[in-house]
Each structure stands twice: as structure tokens, then as C-alpha cells.
Design a protein around this ligand. Structure first.
Ligand code: KIV
Ligand code: ZN
Length: 502
């Protein structure tokens, strides 16, 4: 695609995203994310802020030499040490920034507007002397006097900046104001313009889109919207809104959005809220009878896009609002056939549980169906537990070995982990790798009775590589055995739902 035909996606997950409180990625983790972002199709990867640490320098260097298709860029303030450190990473592009708002100039940098401009010009010339592309950000641009901002950016372009960025550093902009700023800056600067929006008022995505509609060619985004404070504009939301609602193109392969989101969540430890647009667990989940009925008849009745477009699958859960169509579909996905009368009783029982405030998972529905249908319930279990051994202690690394029977074949695997449950689950995941990548998305342990011989109830939620989800539960006196049984039950439910073993 010619550049003017699409909006460039500048991903800053590895820089602004890593500035999320509590997030710190290792070199290996940064490299894995960078490779995934490259596969996803982002145009620019902001790999880091090299001056922050030696580890950051090494990480940016390794991303710069990883042979990625995307442009790799490093952040630097307007001073020689930052720029030299960033250049030492062998990147071909630098993102230089200096604050331009009076509030930052007076209270943070303690310099005048003129001094800030002098520093910016000097540093851009210095960086350009090293033959790199320079993107320049006027930090806190949205709180900067607009006439001064325009004069400043004009001078910066004259000094050699290749691209400009308008950051809404503290997320106070409105879409109307962002349009105005972009339009006015564009009227005096003939270089590509980016917008960089923070989400303090929940407007980051909207402000980004307003900037693009006003003529910005590039959006600074992070996967899952992670970043300082309330985060940055989220890549998945902006990209999908641009594609589906605004008729704009990007080079993102949208089918890789969900796996990228999951990877970033796993490596950063930042959990995605269930109701998050596009990538939240509930984004393609249905419970209410009216909705499930509609979706089962014709998905677009209650889904704005097909889940597959972003690499996901729809799921249906029984509950207080459920109807017989949805429950029948969920029973069928679990391999359970109920006649009309049985279905009626199951629906009533589901609603009774729902009225008591319980969510009715696959495991609950199966238990209800078992009591209603009784002996006739056909159990199809492609994966069975044959053996389990665990070793744990203070001075030994917790290790588990698990033997499973999968469609008549015995398979053994051993793994280590932070404890016996973790190692046993990992061993099961290792065995499952031959047919599916199984993620444990939720794990909950409840003691049903008191004492050290208490009955433990393990409830889990698992997801396969295609985005199918299943809920399972097991009860027993031994926490490790119950966890292993729940995991295997979850895998069996997934297999039943998708028949992933061929
Ligand atoms: O939010 C911000 O202003 C930034 C700059 C470094 C561009 O992240
Ligand atoms: Zn930022």
C-alpha cells in the first residue's frame, strides 16, 4: 500500500506501555513482544528509552538487530547524552522530545520557551548529523499555547525533523480540541503528523481518531492500552474502529490482535478487564436469552463484527437471563443431548441458580444436566489421567510428572514450577501441545469443609489457541489431584466444543 493510503501504526507498548506502574520487561520478553508486533504488522516499534538503564540499551540493541520489517525507534530527551545512548543501540530512528507547555517549562525544566526551542533545534541537528530519521514530540502539546506550539513545530521541521508528534501527555484533550490542534499544525508544517493520546478521561481512543480524521497520518498506540496512569490509546480499539467504523486502512493483520493482546498481558502481568472492547473475555460472550437466541440465528444481530476477525471465538454461558436456545446450544457444545422436557427443567434450575447470584459455568451446567438426565448422560473423555507424581519441599524445585491417555495413546511429561500445582498444570500443558495450546485463564481454590483434610474445590477457566473457552471444576481432598482433574476436565470440554483432535 502506498503510504498515503493507510494510517501508520506506531506501537509504543515496549516504551510507554512499559512505563505502566509495576511493569518491567526483560530483554527476552521485549524481543518476543517486538517479534509479535512485527508479525501483527505495526509500522513502527518504539523499542525503549535507552538512557533508563544498561538493560534497556541491550534490549533496544537486540530489537534493532532482529531483522524486523517494522521501523525500530528509540526515545531520547533533547540532550546529547540521551541521544548518544540511543544512537549506541544502532537504531535508524530517534524519537526526540522536549516539553513545550508553560506548566512543564516553569515547574519541571525551569527554562524559558526560547531555551526549549534552542535545545530542540540543536538536538535535532545533532541527531540528523548521524543519519537517522527523527520524529519530534512536543511533550504536553495539548496544554501548550497553540500559537507557540505552531511556531515551535515550524522551527523544529526547519531544523530537520522528519515527523512530528502531538502528545496529549496528561490525557486532558477533547476530540474537538485535538482536531483543531492537528489541523492548525498541519497548516504550517508539511511533514507527517502523529498523535499520542493518554487515557486519563477515557478519551484516548476517541482523541486519536479525531486527530486522524483531522489529517494525522500516524497513531501512537499500545497493546491493551497499557501505559502511564490510565494508559495510552489502545491499539486494538483504534485499529478496529478505523477499519470497521471509519473506513480507514492500516497494515495490521487483525486476526493476530487477540494473540498479541494475550501475549502482552501474560508478559507484563497486566490483566485485561473482562468488558474491555475487542480483547476482553466478555467482548464476544453472550448470556441473555434474547441475545443468545439472536446470535445463534444470525451472529450479526448482537455482534458488531465476527470474533474471528480479531482471532477470537464467541462463547455462550447459561445464567439468570438465559433462554432455552442458548442453554441447548451450550449443552450440545458439551456433548449433552437433552429432550424437550429435560431442557425445560435444566433451564429452570439454571435460572434458580442465577437468581441466587451464581454464574453458571460449563461445569455447573454439566452438573445440573447430570442430575436431570441422570444415567443417560453420555461421557466422552478423550483425555484421561493415568498417573500423577509430585515432589515438593523447601530445598527442592517443585516437580510434577503426569501421564495422560489421549485417544488411546499414553503420554508422559514432567515439568517444574513454583509449586506442585503449577508444575502439574505445566506438565499437562506440555502434553497438550501436540493438539492445542491450552492457557489457564482463571484458577480458584475454595475449601468446602474445615481442617487440614478439608475438601478442596478447584474451579478453572481454560482457553485454547483458537480462543475457545471452557470452565471446569473438580473436588477432592488433595489440592494437586483436584487441580489436575479440573484441568483435564477443562481440556476435555474444549475438545468437545471444538473437536480439536482430528
Ligand atoms: O506522553 C508523552 O508525552 C510521551 C512523550 C515521551 C511523547 O510519552
Ligand atoms: Zn506518553
Amino acid at each position: 500500500m502506498a503510504q498515503e493510503e493507510y494510517i501508520r501504526i506506531y506501537d509504543t507498548t515496549l516504551r510507554d506501555g512499559e512505563q505502566t506502574p509495576g511493569v518491567s520487561l526483560t530483554l527476552e520478553q521485549k524481543l518476543i513482544i517486538a517479534q509479535q508486533l512485527d508479525k501483527l504488522g505495526v509500522d513502527v516499534i518504539e523499542a525503549g528509552f535507552p538512557i533508563t538503564s544498561k538493560g534497556e540499551v541491550e534490549a533496544v540493541k537486540s530489537i534493532a538487530k532482529a531483522g524486523l520489517r517494522a521501523e525500530v525507534i528509540a526515545l531520547a530527551r533533547c540532550n546529547k547524552l540521551d541521544i548518544d545512548t540511543a544512537l549506541s543501540c544502532d537504531v535508524k530512528s530517534l524519537h526526540l522530545f522536549i516539553a513545550t507547555s508553560d506548566i512543564h517549562l516553569k515547574h519541571k525544566l525551569k527554562i524559558s520557551r526560547e531555551e526549549a526551542l534552542e535545545r530542540a533545534i540543536e538536538c535535532i541537528k545533532y541527531a540528523k548529523g548521524h543519519n537517522v530519521t527523527v520524529e519530534f514530540s512536543a511533550e504536553d502539546a495539548t496544554r501548550t499555547n497553540l500559537d507557540f506550539l505552531k511556531e515551535f513545530l515550524k522551527a523544529v521541521v526547519k531544523a530537520g525533523a522528519d515527523r512530528l508528534d502531538i502528545p496529549d501527555t496528561v490525557g486532558i484533550c477533547t476530540p474537538e480540541r485535538m482536531s483543531q490542534i492537528v489541523r492548525e499544525v498541519k497548516s504550517v508544517c508539511n511533514v507527517p503528523i502523529s498523535v499520542h493520546c493518554h487515557n486519563d478521561f477515557g478519551l484516548a481512543v476517541y482523541n486519536t481518531i479525531a486527530g486522524i480524521k483531522a489529517g494525522a497520518n500516524q497513531a501512537h498506540l499500545t497493546v491493551n492500552g497499557i501505559g502511564e496512569r490510565a494508559g495510552n490509546a489502545s491499539l486494538e480499539e483504534v485499529v478496529m474502529a478505523l477499519h470497521c467504523l471509519y473506513g480507514k486502512k492500516t497494515r495490521i493483520n487483525t486476526q493476530l490482535i487477540y494473540e498479541t493482546s494475550q501475549l502482552v498481558s501474560r508478559l507484563t502481568g497486566i490483566v485485561i478487564q473482562p468488558n474491555k472492547a475487542i480483547v476482553g473475555d466478555n467482548a464476544f460472550g453472550h448470556e441473555s436469552g434474547i441475545h443468545t437466541h439472536g446470535v445463534l440465528e444470525y451472529p450479526l444481530t448482537y455482534e458488531p463484527i465476527t470474533p474471528e476477525l480479531v482471532g477470537r471465538r464467541r462463547w455462550i454461558m447459561a445464567g439468570k437471563h438465559a433462554g432455552s436456545h442458548g442453554i441447548q446450544a451450550q449443552l450440545e457444545s458439551l456433548g449433552i443431548k437433552a429432550d424437550k422436557e429435560q431442557l425445560k427443567i435444566i433451564v429452570e434450575k439454571v435460572k434458580e441458580l442465577g437468581d441466587k447470584g451464581k454464574r453458571v459455568t460449563d461445569a455447573d451446567l454439566e452438573a445440573i444436566a447430570k442430575t436431570v438426565i441422570g444415567q443417560n448422560l453420555k461421557e466422552e473423555k478423550p483425555v484421561q489421567l493415568l498417573d500423577l507424581a509430585v515432589m515438593t519441599g523447601i530445598k527442592v524445585v517443585p516437580t510434577a510428572s503426569v501421564k495422560l491417555m489421549i485417544e488411546g495413546k499414553e503420554i508422559l511429561a514432567a515439568e517444574t514450577g513454583v509449586g506442585p500445582v503449577d508444575s502439574a498444570i505445566k506438565a499437562i500443558q506440555k502434553i497438550s501441545e501436540s493438539f492445542a495450546k491450552i492457557r489457564l485463564k482463571e484458577y480458584r481454590l475454595d475449601a468446602i469443609t474445615g481442617g487440614s483434610d478439608a475438601l478442596a474445590e478447584v474451579s478453572i477457566k481454560v482457553e485454547d489457541h483458537e480462543g475457545n473457552m471452557a470452565w471446569a471444576r473438580a473436588i477432592g481432598e488433595d489440592v494437586v489431584v483436584a487441580s489436575v482433574e479440573a484441568m483435564i476436565d477443562g481440556i476435555n470440554k474444549l475438545l468437545m466444543k471444538k473437536k480439536i483432535i482430528h
